[in-house]
Design a protein around this ligand. Sequence first.
Ligand SMILES: [Fe+2]
Length: 472
Amino acid sequence: MEMPARGDSSGWAELEYQSGFGNHFSSEALPGALPMGQNNPLLCPYGLYAEQISGTAFTAPRKQNQRSVQVLISQSSSVDQHNFVFYFFFWNILVDPTEFTITECSMDFVTWLYRIKPSVTHEPFHPRIPGHKHLVSEFNQLTSSVTPTQLRWKPADVPDAPTDFIDGLYTICGAGSSFLRHGLLITTECGKLQVSPGEMVVLPQGFRFAINLPDGPSRGYVAEVFGTHFQLPELGPIGANGLASPRDFLAPTAWFEESFHPGYTIVQKFGGELFTAKQDFSPFNVVAWHGNYVPYKYDLIKFCPYNTVLVDHGDPSINTVLTAPSDKVGVALLDFVIFPPRWLVAEHTFQPPYYHRNCMSEFMGLIYGTYEAKADGFLPGGASLHSCMTPHGPDTKTYEATIARGEDAEPFRISGTMAFMFESSLIPRVCPWALESPNVNADYYRCWIGLRSHFSCNGRQADVFDHGNMRF
Ligand SMILES: [Fe+2]
């Protein structure tokens, strides 16, 4: 994706949102549509049906994380939807659903929808035809493999043939099983979201949504989590402010359509497989709703980064936007971390990320610009995977350029870039088409091979030994 450009898109630019993270929101598209004082009156205003969507088990203790077992993906199947070309770079990190949470709020996740017809009003589900060849939710030896090798992919090509959101999904890697449980215009049952390049959107498990592309071909990244919901990271000694602010998370306002849609097809992802069912009305018929289980978006450029101000490069966890925790305190199923524009001011310090091996697995993507640890080869729309304990770090060019700047390097601003990382305590298995893709950088390892020894004894630099074409 290119640098974010805020354009309007035929009325979507005037969309209203509700601000906050984890709030209990209320919204109605018609005055008085939301029942007052109770959730399911005998007769709802305007003759609407009351319907609840739960993001937690009814009996889940308020202070425990939630579990989930399925995800829904839906779209309109009308012909004009297929005129858009859409490609989504997909990474399924934890098993199945697009499941995102807030846990420390000590509450259940539930939303009441007041809709023209209930979502149950559809024909039976059937396996989707044709099936999806590159959508994987079961990561085992039959579907994928593990490798400690550093992997990097060039940006995936936008397909020549018109491709919708679902067929554009392309699983790179993941861990677990579903049975364990931007320029985008996204219509959800809670209302509409306009998601510009550089923004992220969270679609909770179970919500039906449709995606339109106002700008033509598009590329993006998807992480699917079905262990726990996303929450804001602990701020610890940082204090009460900083990183992602709750006020910058935006939820939609109620919007509905009533028109007759013969043959409208719902596509549902269930247990890792796609099913379709037909109905004669739009699923986006919710006139009013209230609750805290809602889709939301966040503009990454609003992130307030913290950084070292004297010596040493901070750990990337300082840039965590959202975290989906595991059962172990401080160990995430998925941390969503970004590397936004910011000042680097540390003195006497190697300022790019340090070389390291991590007990967590790191999947990185670049939304726009250049990533600070890779002088070239890591392109917007591309990706890299450094699994558990796989060594990685700045490439040779970055290292040499940093050393060449010396101790007198002035503070400088990293600008015009937005990289991100999905960091997980699980070890992802990689799909065969991702390993065999023409976009995989077969010579990725060479970006480090040129790193030469600077070792010196008693102030004398050691010789550099050559072994074939590899220098040590
Ligand atoms: Fe790393």
